[in-house]
Design a protein around this ligand. Structure first.
Ligand code: MG
Length: 284
C-alpha cells in the first residue's frame, strides 16, 4: 500500500510544459528536484518501530488520511472537469507497456478533438515532447521520488494545461501498477494497458489496479507468436478479479484492434452515442 512504500502526499512534484515553440510559458528545468531532509519521504518508509519508524497502525492511519484528502481533491477536479464538459481517462500500466505510443496514434487517428494530455513521469519531459510533436496541448508532471500522480498534482496540472471545454483529456500516469490504483485523480475511468511481453498473470499479481479500472487494453498483440502469453487465461484471470471488465487486445505497432479502442472512446465522448442514435433513427 502506498503509505507503506512512502510515496504518499508528494508535494515536491514539478509541473511544466515541454520547452517547445507552442508553449511560451515552458518549464525551464532549472528547479531543484532533490528532496530536502524534512520531506515526508524521509519519515514514512517502513513499518518497523524498532528502526525508529512508526508502527503499522500509525502507517495505516496516515494512509487513510492521505487517501481521504486525495479523494476530496479528486472530487474537486471531477467537478472542474464536468463544468467544462471535459472527459478524462487515467492511463496506467507498467513501464514500457506502450501508453505514450498509444496516445500518439490516438491523437492522430481517433477523430476526437480537441485532445489534451497530462504526462506523469519521475523525471524528464521526453513523453511530453513526443505528445507535443503531434500538435496536442500537453503538460509534464515530474514526481521526483514519487511513484504515482495524485489529485493535487492533477489540480495544478489542469490549471497549467488550461484545456478547452469539450476536450478529451488523457492523463498518462507514472508507470506502476501498484500506487496509481489507490489515487483517484477525478477521472471518468482508469484504463490499464498491459502487453503480451509482461506475462499472463499480471491481473492476479496486481488485483487492485484491475479492480479499479474500467477497461484493459492488451497491447503488442503483434508479438504474440514470439512470447509465452496465454490470452485466454489472461481473460479468465481478469474476469475473476473484475467480473464484466471490458478487454480489448490490440497492437499500437500494427494498428490491429485500435478501431475498437477509438469506438470505446467515441461512446464515452458523446460522438459514439450520437452516431448510434443517428443509426437508430435511420432504421426507424
Ligand atoms: Mg510513457
Amino acid at each position: 500500500m502506498c503509505a507503506t512504500c512512502g510515496c504518499g502526499n508528494d508535494t515536491a512534484a514539478v509541473i511544466g510544459t515541454p520547452p517547445g515553440r507552442n508553449h511560451p510559458a515552458g518549464h525551464d528545468h532549472a528547479h531543484d528536484h532533490n528532496h530536502g531532509p524534512d520531506h515526508e519521504h524521509q519519515h514514512i518508509h517502513g513499518t518497523s518501530a524498532d528502526r525508529g519508524h512508526p508502527p503499522a497502525t500509525e502507517t495505516v492511519e496516515l494512509e487513510l488520511k492521505v487517501l481521504a484528502k486525495n479523494d476530496e481533491l479528486a472530487q474537486r477536479n471531477r467537478a472542474w472537469l464536468a463544468e467544462r464538459g471535459i472527459v478524462a481517462f487515467n492511463m496506467t500500466s507498467s513501464p514500457g507497456a506502450g501508453k505514450t505510443s498509444l496516445l500518439e496514434r490516438t491523437i492522430l487517428e481517433s477523430g476526437q478533438e480537441p485532445i489534451a494530455v497530462i504526462e506523469g513521469d519521475q523525471a524528464t519531459a521526453l513523453d511530453a515532447e513526443r505528445i507535443e510533436a503531434t500538435g496536442c496541448r500537453v503538460v509534464q508532471i515530474n514526481t521526483g521520488a514519487g511513484c504515482h500522480l495524485d489529485a493535487d498534482m492533477m489540480y495544478r496540472a489542469l490549471r497549467t494545461l488550461d484545456p478547452e471545454p469539450g476536450t478529451l483529456l488523457f492523463v498518462e500516469n507514472v508507470g506502476n501498477l501498484v500506487c496509481p490504483a489507490l489515487f483517484d485523480l477525478g477521472e471518468q475511468e482508469k484504463v490499464v494497458v498491459i502487453s503480451v511481453t509482461e506475462g499472463t498473470d499480471k491481473p492476479l499479481k496486481y488485483p487492485h489496479m484491475f479492480q479499479a479500472a474500467g477497461l484493459v487494453l492488451i497491447n503488442k498483440m503483434d508479438l504474440l507468436p514470439y512470447v509465452d502469453f496465454d490470452l485466454g487465461r489472461c481473460r479468465e484471470y481478469l474476469a475473476a478479479i473484475h467480473p464484466g471488465i471490458e478487454v480489448l487486445p490490440l497492437s499500437v505497432t500494427s494498428g490491429d484492434g485500435l478501431s475498437r479502442w477509438y469506438d470505446w472512446l467515441a461512446a464515452r465522448c458523446g460522438t459514439g452515442a450520437a452516431a448510434t442514435l443517428e443509426q437508430a433513427d435511420k432504421r426507424a
